[in-house]
Design a protein. Sequence first.
Length: 174
Amino acid sequence: MAGTARSRLDRIGRSRQRLYNVLELGSGGGRLTAAVSWASIVLIAVTLAATVLETVPSLANAHSSLFEVIEYAALAAFSAERLARLWTAAEYARWKRLGPVQCRLRFAVSPPGLIDLAAVLPFWLSFAVASGFKAFLVSSSRHDDIHPPWALLEALYAERRALLGYFVILCGVS
């Protein structure tokens, strides 16, 4: 029984190490690493293009479902990447001496971890905030001449894709 558990832990450790290599080695990681890197770049480019095109009202009306699919695909992909990076944080050489939980916490507050969080947080917040407050915002802002104090949240929700695009561009430039 102990041998089976140990074997399972070894397989999990090897899987985590392989995933870490794919995510972190960059150009030195082989074909799979290159494919993952290129897929990430293509997804960012498609998301940015969709964000820009969605600002054109006629395109937004005609292709709203396509833009929504792109947004959900990006959310799923970047959320999965965030979770994978948190899981593989125990493989970082400088944190290996710490336990897995400490490694994950260190990664979560590191610059790469915070950038990963910034990539998905606006999407997740838009679901959490907008779904709970959307009816409230709509029912509370019936007067055209009065702007409710939560109008800023409504504006941020409406422009979440553009804001994410600007953030990605800003990170790419700096």
